[in-house]
Design a protein around this ligand. Structure first.
Ligand SMILES: CC(C)(COP(=O)(O)OP(=O)(O)OC[C@H]1O[C@@H](n2cnc3c(N)ncnc32)[C@H](O)[C@@H]1OP(=O)(O)O)[C@@H](O)C(=O)NCCC(=O)NCCS
Length: 304
């Protein structure tokens, strides 16, 4: 049955989430995903975040039926970007047009503030934003894996090619990183530093396979010098080896310095994918459509 927009507005009440919605948020998320969320995640992500954030929710009576999270962030060049997170419709209400209405109201909540909208989606999210919201898939991020980390016994050398300095990334200052890593209610992160460069890593135990992964989720390298990066990457791998992880993961985008470094350590691209989708609003941001212009790390996605 085709449900039109008027019917959506008659059947559902749409409003931003508040602290009282924590329990229903957890219930609907945990019925969908193997990686379980708790109420602390909801408070951290939506009630006490460092950046303006809304979780637009749809209700039937008191029952939460769907949600669309949106954060107002900045890129390192000042561009204002909306980042969608936690997009979810309860199974009974999928494929009926509730999703685009939630997205529309989440964006409208901020007025005309965005230069660009983005999401780091799974396959279902990619399909929904492209088909129902008219966003474009700008690139597919395939996770790089090192399957046997204990085999790396000394820092591999390599020709460090690739440009990072000119690339666009999400802006992350000290406050943001304190919130993202130190206050994270789901995972414990470790900052590994070499001179003035830092990498953030965490150990993740897959709830389905029980495998122990080490994720290198973020970097802060002030000068972006290749040798600094290589030394830091090695230190991050060494730390994770001590944690007895069975594999190490990292995002190493095409054309970036990290891609060469990770490959020289034996990391390989896998079929585990995340889809980077964009809606360019301001014409001055047309260049963002080119994936090669981006430097993204696992920490940019809410799932890592
Ligand atoms: C991703 C998700 C939120 C999308 O929600 P959705 O309800 O399926 O999305 P839409 O409302 O846009 O519906 C999409 C489909 O319904 C169709 N549709 C859209 N509006 C419609 C309407 N008014 N009437 C009938 N069909 C409609 C679309 O044409 C589309 O069809 P297609 O799949 O054949 O292309 C939902 O699938 C979900 O919660 N998935 C699980 C959680 C998840 O993976 N989230 C993504 C995280 S990144």
């Amino acid at each position: 049955m085709v449900i039109d927009n008027k019917m959506i507005l008659e059947q559902f009440k749409l409003r931003p989430a508040n602290a009282l919605d924590a329990a229903q948020f957890v219930e609907i998320m945990n019925s969908q995903y193997a990686r379980k969320k708790n109420q602390e995640y909801f408070y951290w992500q939506y009630i006490n975040p460092p950046e303006p954030t809304v979780l637009m929710c749809a209700f039937q009576g008191d029952q939460m039926c769907g949600m669309f999270g949106l954060k107002k962030r900045k890129l390192n060049n000042g561009v204002v970007i909306g980042q969608a997170i936690d997009m979810l419709i309860a199974p009974a209400w999928r494929k009926k047009g509730l999703f685009p209405e939630l997205a529309r109201q989440a964006v409208q909540y901020f007025g005309k503030e965005f230069d660009v909208l983005s999401v780091l989606a799974n396959a279902a999210g990619n399909h929904a934003v492209v088909r129902s919201l008219g966003w474009r898939n700008a690139g597919i991020i395939k996770t790089f894996f090192l399957k046997n980390p204990q085999s790396v016994t000394c820092r591999p050398d390599g020709t460090d090619a690739g440009d990072c300095a000119g690339k666009v990334r999400f802006q992350k200052d000290q406050d943001y990183r304190n919130w993202r890593f130190d206050k994270n209610p789901c995972y414990s992160y470790k900052a590994v530093s070499v001179e003035n460069a830092t990498a953030w890593v965490k150990v993740f135990i897959d709830p389905l396979t029980n495998l122990r992964y080490g994720d290198i989720v973020d970097f802060d390298i002030p000068c972006l010098e290749a040798m600094n990066f290589r030394n830091l990457f090695y230190a991050a791998c060494e730390y994770l080896k001590l944690q007895k992880v069975e594999a190490i993961t990292v995002w190493a985008l095409p054309g970036g310095l990290l891609r060469n470094i990770a490959e020289s350590f034996g990391f390989q691209e896998t079929s585990q994918e995340r889809y980077f989708c964009l809606k360019i609003i301001s014409p001055k941001c047309a260049y963002l459509d080119k994936f090669i212009n981006w430097d993204l790390s696992e920490a940019d996605s809410e799932i890592y």
